[in-house]
Design a protein around this ligand. Structure first.
Ligand code: SAH
Length: 223
């Protein structure tokens, strides 16, 4: 299905995205069709400051202000594939940032609950998601290491900032059979961890090495 030369009736932006997806995501092993389609549907430039929009298709993290970054497209696709989101999933995301990963999740899930600790980024993501017509996302400006107890439990939980541990509140809010994906480690050395809840048991699988900005909060790093 991933044919980079199949233009169809799509616009130029979609064609350019399709090439990037083929080169940087599909060829590196992400094969989930729903994930690849969501990456094709969501314009990354919409989540970037104007002066960086030309770099939207580069497969790297980019600055979004306040010392934070929009994640690398490959990592967004990889984490979303590992999370195994279904149309019935209620997903909790910690670290809304630009809202780009949120928009990808929103195309695959029933509902996305996303928490961002920095008010400015939180409000900006709210406006950007609304402008794209995304209606199944609920945003909260708060410390996400505490989770979102009023709407727990969640089928899927994704953390997009790196902490020293998986915040215990997030594990408490993960439904039986649910999956959590989070980068764990210090500023230098981090690895994605996948956790599946099986009743009271948690089954951990280490995934690839990554580099994210720091998770700051009650169960994260100090500011
Ligand atoms: N997926 C986002 C990544 C943004 S970077 C994107 O692609 O744009 C990670 C974000 O996590 C930053 O915006 C940072 O402010 C936020 N963050 C860090 N600690 C947090 C916490 N405890 N709760 C909520 N958000 C947090």
């Amino acid at each position: 299905m991933m044919n980079p030369d199949n233009t169809g009736r799509d616009d130029a932006g979609r064609l350019a995205r399709r090439r990037m997806i083929f080169e940087d995501i599909y060829r590196r092993g992400v094969r989930n069709e729903g994930v690849l389609r969501a990456m094709e549907d969501v314009p990354r430039e919409h989540f970037l400051p104007p002066e960086l929009q030309d770099a939207a298709l580069e497969d790297r993290a980019l600055p979004i202000g306040a010392g934070q970054t929009i994640s690398q497209p490959y990592i967004v696709a990889y984490m979303t594939e590992q999370l195994d989101v279904t149309p019935e999933s209620r997903v909790l995301e910690i670290g809304t940032g630009s809202g780009y990963q949120t928009a990808i999740l929103a195309r695959l899930a029933k509902e996305v609950f996303s928490i961002e600790r920095l008010d400015r980024l939180c409000e900006q993501a709210r406006r950007r998601l609304a402008a794209l017509g995304v209606s199944n996302v609920h945003l909260r400006c708060a410390d996400g290491t505490l989770g979102w107890s009023e709407t727990a439990p969640f089928d899927r939980i994704i953390v997009t900032a790196a902490g020293p541990q998986i915040p215990p509140a997030l594990l408490d809010q993960l439904r039986d059979g649910g999956i959590l994906v989070a980068p764990i480690g210090d500023e230098q050395d981090q690895r994605l961890l996948k956790v599946r809840r099986n009743g009271p048991r948690l089954i951990e699988t280490p995934l690839i090495a990554v580099r994210f900005v720091r998770l700051i909060g009650k169960s994260g790093w100090k500011e």
